[in-house]
Design a protein around this ligand. Structure first.
Ligand SMILES: [Cu+2]
Length: 126
């Protein structure tokens, strides 16, 4: 009788253990799976009256998908010298950076009291 109980408990524990192991493995696999487009994207995350970074850097010759991500408020982002304009209805643009330099990234939609100073830099390095 006792042997049976021990047997059932051991099998039960083994099943639970294997289950836990598998769920952990699949979670890890999900977390570690790289977004194949992650390094192709340059994301401008904006909120009321600022960009998530003061400066964004890319290399000459790189092609990136510029993405506007709005966390708060309503904004449109433009890089005038690259003829890039991102807005809520068309938040992505693919750009190949063929000239080194520093470009101004600005909010292009009058969005509120901080609009005038809502800007960042995009540095294209050699
Ligand atoms: Cu604005």
């Amino acid at each position: 009788m006792h042997k049976w109980i021990m047997f059932v408990l051991i099998i039960g524990a083994a099943v639970l253990g294997i289950g836990a192991l598998f769920s952990q493995v699949s979670t890890n696999a999900k977390e570690n799976a790289p977004d194949p487009n992650a390094d192709k994207k340059l994301i401008f995350t904006v909120s009321n009256y600022k960009f998530d970074q003061p400066e964004y850097t890319v290399k000459v010759g790189e092609t990136k998908t510029l993405v506007l991500k709005i966390n708060e408020g309503l904004h449109e982002v433009g890089i005038k010298d690259l003829n890039v304009h991102l807005k809520k209805s068309s938040p992505e643009a693919e750009v190949t950076f063929d000239k080194a330099g520093t470009y101004e990234v600005r909010c292009e939609l009058p969005c509120g009291p901080g609009h005038a100073t809502m800007a960042a830099k995009l540095v294209v390095t050699e």
